[in-house]
Write a protein that binds this ligand. Structure first.
Ligand code: ASP
Length: 344
């Protein structure tokens, strides 16, 4: 038996549902009873407390306010626990895990998001295994007594994924998440096999956590497609409100070479907007030097998003724009690897 203590934070989503014996409907599960319901978890932590958000939400309703509440809760409880497991709906889990990875600085303890495709209270649920393994990972220590995974991660369908590298890739399968551009941090089978070289470690294990809760959400996402009109492109890139736009481009970061397109991009860049090039492909990286149309974007003032997921680029922009009103600084920081979110 380990001496770890964990905080289980329940925000909502499918995992927390249980069939009511009386009327067979799905009702939220009482996580304060979790140790009685899933006694296996006792093996991994001496103390497991739970914290339930009110109201519980379907993760399609997640807003940055929820991320701020989570960051504050983790900071407030940080010294009392060895790790945190966040139960969250799958639909926006990759956004939330990406956001928390930027909002928590100086992390020396695990913050593991998990959920399930089937409610924890139905017979074939994937929720029990996801929960049990998340608890095991959140309480795991190395030979020196440090956390095995001092990162914000998602554990799902036997895979541990860095939060800001994750995408929800399947609406039905138990392996619902992928890490297209970075190795898995661990995989569970008979044992949990950690990919130790790929796990980020803090420079100082004894530092204090700090949180960044100022987020500026004046960001939009423009997905390119054949037939896109100048009006649509102008609407997204040149409006007066947004400070940044993620342009989801083709392949290695390519966009139409039509003059009207480049002119609108130049106009938006001239307005001081942060324009970030992220590929629509699930895996691989933006390389704006590869094709003339990519180079054209770079010359017009578009910033390389490298192999970032869209979810992570969005969260990083919210965080950076919240930190500074200087868009040039934000552009520069977008190109840097801050929390393992890009391969640079
Ligand atoms: N719509 C649900 C949610 O994201 C789906 C799930 O939990 O898997 O909250």
């Amino acid at each position: 038996m380990t001496q770890s203590s964990l905080l289980l934070i329940y925000t909502g989503g499918t995992i927390g549902m249980k069939q009511d014996a009386a009327d067979q409907t799905l009702k939220p599960f009482d996580f304060s009873q979790i140790v009685e319901e899933v006694p296996e978890i006792r093996k991994f932590a001496a103390k497991i407390d739970s914290w339930t958000f009110d109201p519980l939400i379907d993760s399609s309703d997640v807003e940055p306010g929820m991320w701020q509440a989570l960051a504050r809760l983790i900071q407030e409880k940080y010294d009392s626990y060895d790790g945190f497991v966040i139960l969250h709906g799958t639909d926006t889990m990759a956004y939330s895990a990406s956001a928390l990875s930027f909002m928590l600085d100086g992390l020396t303890k695990p913050v593991i998001f998990t959920g399930s495709q089937l409610p924890i209270g139905v017979p074939r649920t994937d929720g029990r295994e996801n929960l049990i393994s998340s608890i095991e990972i959140a309480s795991a220590k190395d030979g020196e007594g440090h956390a095995m995974v001092p990162e914000v991660c998602i554990f799902f369908g036997s895979q541990l994924i860095r939060g800001n590298r994750s995408i929800k890739a399947n609406a039905e399968a138990f392996k619902a998440f992928q890490s297209p551009n970075y190795p898995l941090l661990a995989e569970s089978g008979i044992n949990i096999r950690y990919n130790t070289e790929c796990i980020r470690k803090p420079l100082d294990w004894y530092q204090n956590i700090s949180i960044n809760t100022r987020l500026d959400t004046r960001v939009s996402i423009l997905k390119l497609h054949p037939g896109i009109t100048p009006e649509a492109v102008r609407y997204f890139l040149c409006d007066q409100v947004t400070r940044a736009v993620i342009i989801e481009t083709y392949g290695a970061g390519n966009a139409p070479s039509a003059r009207w397109f480049t002119e609108i991009v130049r106009e938006a860049a001239g307005m001081g907007k942060v324009l970030v090039n992220v590929t629509q492909c699930t895996s691989g990286t933006v390389d704006m030097d590869l094709y003339a149309c990519g180079k054209g974007l770079e010359k017009a003032g578009v910033t390389n998003g490298y192999d970032s997921t869209t979810e992570s680029a969005l969260a990083k922009l919210f965080y950076l724009l919240g930190k500074s009103g200087d868009n040039e600084w934000v552009k520069d920081m977008m190109k840097r690897n801050l929390k393992g979110e890009i391969s640079k």
